[in-house]
Design a protein around this ligand. Structure first.
Ligand SMILES: Nc1nc2c(c(=O)[nH]1)N[C@H]1C(S)=C(S)[C@@H](COP(=O)(O)OP(=O)(O)OC[C@H]3O[C@@H](n4cnc5c(=O)[nH]c(N)nc54)[C@H](O)[C@@H]3O)O[C@H]1N2
Ligand SMILES: Nc1nc2c(c(=O)[nH]1)N[C@H]1C(S)=C(S)[C@@H](COP(=O)(O)OP(=O)(O)OC[C@H]3O[C@@H](n4cnc5c(=O)[nH]c(N)nc54)[C@H](O)[C@@H]3O)O[C@H]1N2
Ligand code: SF4
Ligand SMILES: [Mo]
Length: 717
């Protein structure tokens, strides 16, 4: 008999409710859950691919060891013992920091992995930590840390109530929203326009989102900091600054006014590619709207001025009185409050408490920029990385100059990957430890609940039991941590006790505890009023906890509960932008390369789903007709693209959707490598954008990768 199970899709940030119809072990269908109060039936094509990954014969189900005769399956105990022993041996011989760890994106989509990765990090005791954060949202976190005192206190656009949404460097119609969990974003944007609101999109490509906007401004890659500074400049120059309610608890207004003086709309016109009149008009419209919110995402933070741009986006919201008010940029009050938890365990974040060994880039909250990982492996000396754990990451395809990183991985003394596929990264591991996947585990969105445009909570039990003998991510992390600790100190009582408690509670038990926190939870009294895991389990479609509510200054984590509008490090860094304003552009004839996301991809790892890769080739180089004509290139022909670090061949797609002078290639492709086990993906390999991106191009302030605007040359083959 067919039964329908309701849960949340965990693939991207949108948290769509899905209804999965199953008969025994067979998945009959996956549809949008109309009764999910948040997503109201919305899904995208990837949801259905959950079935494909679940059933994928290439998905790993048993630990694998790489041997001279190829890959062989090994038992869990043997694999875990070996991993801990070899990591321990490297650490013993070369020091703790010789074993590094990289955490990838799917960690944050998995409550077990988030909570138990922490334990592994501690047990490893190494300062060599890396994650996808430094190729993604690090600058946003840095801005929040500096302005609001907490790296996770991220302002979220109040999408459903705003009158004016200014989007910079995000394409939610393809990405389904990021640091803005909003399932069905297209409908929500339509609603914004229906209620008379306005949508403005700033992007070098006229994206799917730009196509539904009232206004689209084709900015030059990396021009955002100049545009934003000019917008702030205009607000001050025209006396349009109205911080409103929060004015009394905001510091640095005058410092900011001074700092942006060099950025007149005329002065930034060439660097942004936008007319001064358009910039001024935008500042006026934004300031005049009843409510407005500026929202920047990957396109503004993965660039050379990412930290500055993220800060100025926030500043624009503060200066116009749009921070922490309905229709502006607001903060969530999630049921399980990760922000409060992080603060309690002393993880509000920190910055530049040390510099990376080889290049001297700053640490952020205990992590080094992943753009430095290859050189840390290659460069001899104390602290050289000689062993690596990857957990749910594919940095060979996702980190800048992945080709160099890949060569470096091949030289490691030991590498172990916790992953569901043998792919471009994990093929270099000596051991792969594959966890149970998606539908086989329970789900609670710890992270994306914190980033959602409404307060919601939803718990989904596992749909299927794990394949017999399989382990969950959290179990692998816990087991590995236990073995590392035992090998090091013989298994001290405190550590053993802690692990026993964590094993008994499991991730669901921990979420249950988190949910008990006030104000939404009942506290620790057994029958108190409020949300508990037990009560949430009775709401399979999820609970709507209402719109976002103003919470400042109370929720600030700065010392005197004040907003720092002009943090010294950021103001200083603005001088770099002033210098760059008068610097020469890129070389004659060069083009600026940017990335792109497509609805049917999910970073690097869903191309093994037949239904997502079927149809036309999506891994193409977009080029404006003007640039194509000048080079005598035509759509469909193959071209060679060359950057400082690499060169590749790809099919050209001529399109006026991209700004002249800019070309675009999606990331996450470049399959088909020897030793990988991805039958579908390898048949449509594409090329890796990150074989062209440059590990030396970073935002020097934050250390985040600067993917946007890599200079390249393009010629016919
Ligand atoms: N040029 C360029 N590069 C980019 C970007 C860009 O825009 N342009 N975007 C960047 C961004 S925003 C990000 S977040 C990074 C992503 O960077 P990564 O996280 O390094 O890459 P992913 O492609 O997400 O790889 C996820 C890995 O996790 C595995 N996996 C999937 N589900 C699970 C699971 O449940 N458990 C475990 N253990 N493993 C699992 C997959 O098989 C895959 O190997 O890429 C970045 N790279
Ligand atoms: N379908 C799909 N959805 C995804 C993902 C995926 O790979 N596929 N990845 C997920 C992840 S990990 C993340 S972090 C989010 C990211 O979510 P988004 O940030 O919405 O992702 P993108 O579509 O990469 O949007 C970035 C936009 O910035 C533009 N851009 C590039 N350079 C510049 C610049 O210098 N200035 C400006 N103003 N714009 C620029 C690009 O053209 C692009 O349209 O998406 C998530 N959702
Ligand atoms: S938008 Fe994201 S969460 Fe929603 S169905 Fe698609 S992949 Fe899943
Ligand atoms: Mo990301």
């Amino acid at each position: 008999m067919a039964v329908t199970h309701f849960r949340t899709c965990h693939l991207c940030e949108a948290m769509c409710g899905i209804a999965v119809e199953v008969e025994g072990e067979r998945i009959l269908s996956i549809r949008g859950d109309k009764d999910d109060p948040f997503s109201r039936g919305h899904i995208c094509p990837k949801a259905v691919a959950l079935k494909d990954v679940h059933e994928d014969p290439d998905r790993l189900r048993r630990p694998l060891r790489r041997t001279a005769r190829g890959w062989v399956e090994v038992g869990w105990d043997e694999a875990l013992d070996e991993a801990a022993e070899r990591l321990g041996a490297v650490q013993k011989a070369h020091g703790r920091n010789a074993a590094a760890i990289y955490l990838g994106n799917p960690v944050v989509h998995n409550h077990g992995s988030i909570l138990y990765s922490q334990l592994l990090l501690e047990s490893l005791g190494s300062r060599s930590r890396y994650s996808a954060t430094s190729v993604d949202q690090l600058p946003h976190m840095l801005a929040s840390l500096m302005m609001f005192g907490h790296q996770l206190l991220l302002p979220i656009p109040d999408l459903d109530r705003t009158d004016f949404l200014l989007i910079l460097g995000a394409n939610p119609l393809a990405s389904n929203g990021s640091l803005m969990t909003a399932p069905g974003v297209e409908k929500r944007l339509k609603a914004l326009r229906t209620r008379g609101g306005r949508l403005v999109v700033i992007d070098p490509r006229r994206t799917e989102t730009a196509a539904v906007a009232d206004q689209y401004l084709p900015i030059r890659p990396g021009g955002d900091v100049f545009l934003l500074a000019a917008l702030v400049h205009t607000l001050f120059a025209e006396e349009r600054v109205r911080p409103g309610r929060l004015g009394d608890c905001t510091d640095g207004l005058h410092v900011l006014a001074d700092a942006v003086k060099p950025f007149s709309p005329e002065g930034v016109a060439a660097r942004t590619g936008l007319e001064a009149t358009a910039i001024r008009a935008l500042a006026r419209d934004f300031a005049a709207a009843p409510s407005a919110v500026a929202y920047g995402r990957v396109g503004v933070c993965a660039q050379e001025f990412g930290g500055l741009a993220s800060w100025l986006v926030n500043a624009l919201n503060v200066l116009t009185g749009n921070l922490d008010r309905p229709g502006g940029a607001m903060f969530t009050r999630p049921a399980a409050d990760l922000v409060a938890l992080a603060a309690r365990i002393g993880q509000r974040g920190h910055f530049d408490k040390g510099r990376s060994r080889v290049r001297g880039l700053p640490e952020f909250s205990g992590e080094w920029p992943v753009a430095t990982l290859a050189e840390e492996i290659e460069t001899p000396g104390p602290g050289q990385v000689r062993a690596l754990i990857t957990n749910a990451g594919n940095p060979v395809l996702s980190a800048p100059n992945g080709a160099r990183l890949e060569r470096a991985l091949a030289t490691l003394e030991f590498m172990v990957s916790i992953d569901v596929y043998r792919n471009e990264t994990t093929r270099h591991a000596h051991l792969i430890l594959p966890p149970a996947f998606g539908l086989e585990r329970s789900h609670y969105d710890l992270v994306f609940g914190t980033l959602a445009v409404r307060n919601t909570a939803k718990y989904s039990p596992a749909l299927f039991p794990p394949t017999p003998g399989a382990r969950h991510d959290w179990q692998i992390l816990l087991e590995l941590a236990g073995r590392l600790e035992t090998a090091r100190d013989g298994g001290r009582v405190a550590g053993r006790l802690r692990r026993a408690v964590l094993r008994a509670l499991g991730p669901d038990g921990l979420v249950g505890l988190l949910l008990r926190f006030r104000p939404r939870g009942p506290g620790l009294v057994p029958f108190g009023r409020g949300l508990t895991l037990g009560r949430l389990k009775k709401q399979p479609h999820g609970a709507d906890l209402g719109p976002l509510e103003p919470c400042l200054p109370g929720r600030l984590y700065t010392r005197a509960k004040r907003i720092d509008l002009a943090p010294a490090r950021l103001v200083d860094d603005l001088r770099r932008a002033v210098r760059s304003l008068s610097a020469e552009g890129i070389a004659d004839g060069a083009l600026e390369l940017i990335g792109r996301r497509e609805l049917r991809s999910n970073n690097s790892w869903m191309h093994n789903c037949e239904r997502l890769v079927r149809g036309r080739d999506r891994c193409t180089l977009l080029m404006n007709p003007e640039d194509a004509k000048g080079r005598r290139l035509t759509s469909g022909q193959r071209v060679r693209v060359t950057s400082r670090v690499g060169s590749l061949e790809v099919a050209l797609e001529v399109s006026d959707a991209i700004r002249p002078g800019v070309v675009s290639l999606p990331h996450g492709w470049g399959h088909g490598r020897a030793g990988t086990d991805l039958r579908v993906a390898n048949a449509v390999p594409g090329v890796s954008l990150n074989d062209l991106t440059d590990e030396l191009r970073v935002d020097p302030l934050s250390g985040n990768a600067a993917f946007s605007g890599v200079p390249v040359e393009v010629r016919s083959l």
